[in-house]
Design a protein around this ligand. Sequence first.
Ligand SMILES: Cc1cc2nc3c(=O)[nH]c(=O)nc-3n(C[C@H](O)[C@H](O)[C@H](O)COP(=O)(O)O)c2cc1C
Length: 251
Amino acid sequence: MGVGSQRIAVEKPEVADTFAVRSLAPDILLFANLGAVQLNYTYGLEECLRAIAILEADALILHLNPLQECIQAKGDTNFKGLLDKINILCSKLPVPVIAKEVGNGISAKMAQQLIEAGVSAIDVAGAGGTSWAKVESERAENPLLQELGRTFTDWGIPTAECIADIRSHYPTVPLIASGGLRNGLEAAKAIALGADLVGLALPFLQAASQSPESLHETVQLLIAQITTVLFCTGNANLASLKHSHVLQKLA
Ligand SMILES: Cc1cc2nc3c(=O)[nH]c(=O)nc-3n(C[C@H](O)[C@H](O)[C@H](O)COP(=O)(O)O)c2cc1C
């Protein structure tokens, strides 16, 4: 599980408790989260360590959201020199760093730069699902920003394309597929394409906003969909699905 940006918790310690979910999930992978661009706006090692400590996280996700910042009234658009700062953090933090987009995708070229900077894994968060350009366009009061957001609503590299492209260049880098995945069949397809993990944001948020029972049903259905794919393709587990060539049959 990955939490949303912990910037609010870093800046307002009184709400840090709302992120402290480790006691509820003692043995799962938990990812801390901060915007990489904050490294150009006063954040450094100390803030990252705090985000990790609040969650007792196994890794820190640094999200890259240049398009989203462009559609915000006072967006943080200074992305200059971030790779060097990420590089320093990767060498100093006690946990691995994961680089992640937020719905516009990561290309193989960008993956190369991030891997060279020292990140341990990549979450492509590709296009096809939640669109932050659209969200910011809806939130914006300024008509120019509203239209700018609408223009870029569908912008980005689709998730499947990111996974296939990065995997073909980097056969072993840990890769997370997210962005537009809506059920266990799509999750299984992403794994067959080469992802090691998958992430879903909107489907969990929608279910959680209804009721705890709805969230439980969503998780049960997701598991049933994935195990059905494994059963019907003759794969004992996800690791085996990853190395099988069943994609044509799943399509
Ligand atoms: C309400 C909401 C808040 C989000 N906040 C963050 C965030 O703080 N940090 C981050 O890395 N991604 C954030 N995301 C992006 C998701 O992690 C994901 O990359 C994106 O929504 C695409 O996945 P989806 O199509 O399944 O929603 C957020 C998504 C949603 C729906």
